[in-house]
Design a protein around this ligand. Structure first.
Ligand code: SF4
Length: 238
């Protein structure tokens, strides 16, 4: 099928979203909560675009909206820019000190939060759910979830206690778009502060470097039926 994005006629396959078609063709649509390896979620709404059909237009999240034959899409129409700016104003009020959000806001011409100081929070998390989805859909562990509602909603371990299911893989840390998850490898120990967990790191028998949490390696070994000594040597030395 053919869809028109920003005046360009583009080939799209059935099942693709507007965001996927745009990205494939080098058209930049900003997003924070989207990752190709995960189901689309539409949490951050920064990827909104305006679609036109039958003389009408509406604003949709491009990460969720499917490409349709003959669809006309504008990624930065005045209506899109006004709405995207409003979304960024809200994110900036929640995360006024976060560099990623500040940069995005600046790109939209927002230098300072427009809310009064007493309404500003000091958060890094935008509650996009990427960490929770990665843990569930990629790692297959579901060690964390989104808890609470409204402005108190946040990713957390069960009962806000040290997560018992976490294997320390760090996927949540690596995928977080705003650096809200704090993880540190200190000598032979990995700490993930958000979930209050600590893991002993495996030492490579050849180079002596600590390279991955033992719990994560055990999890992989058991699930893939690998030999006991499979992870004795790190990938660099293999
Ligand atoms: S580090 Fe723990 S919480 Fe984060 S993705 Fe891995 S298993 Fe899930």
């Amino acid at each position: 099928m053919i869809i028109n994005i920003d005046g360009r006629e583009l080939e799209a396959e059935k099942g693709q979203t507007i965001l996927q078609v745009a990205t494939e063709n080098g058209i930049d649509i900003p997003t924070l909560c989207h990752h190709e390896a995960l189901e689309p979620y539409g949490a951050c709404r920064i990827c909104i675009v305006e679609i036109f059909r039958g003389g009408r237009s509406k604003i949709v999240a491009s990460c969720l909206y499917p490409a349709e034959e003959g669809l006309e899409v504008k990624t930065s129409s005045p209506r899109v820019l006004t709405n995207r700016k409003m979304i960024l104003e809200l994110l900036l009020a929640r995360c006024p000190n976060n560099e990623v959000i500040k940069d995005l806001a600046l790109q939209m011409g927002i230098e300072q939060p427009s809310f009064r100081p007493e309404y500003l929070e000091d958060n890094d998390c935008i509650v996009c759910g990427l960490c929770v989805r990665a843990c569930e859909q990629v790692v297959g562990v579901s060690a964390i979830s989104l808890v609470n509602r409204g402005i108190t909603k946040e990713p957390a371990s069960p009962f806000l206690e040290s997560s018992k299911d976490c294997i320390g893989c760090g996927s949540c840390y690596y995928i977080c778009p705003t650096g809200a998850i704090k993880m540190e490898d200190k000598e032979d120990t990995r700490v993930i502060y958000n979930w209050e967990v600590e893991f002993k790191l495996k030492k490579c028998k050849v180079c002596g470097n600590y390279w991955a949490p033992e719990r994560q390696l055990d999890y992989i070994r058991e699930n893939w039926n690998l030999p006991e000594d499979f992870f004795d040597i790190c990938p660099n030395c293999k």
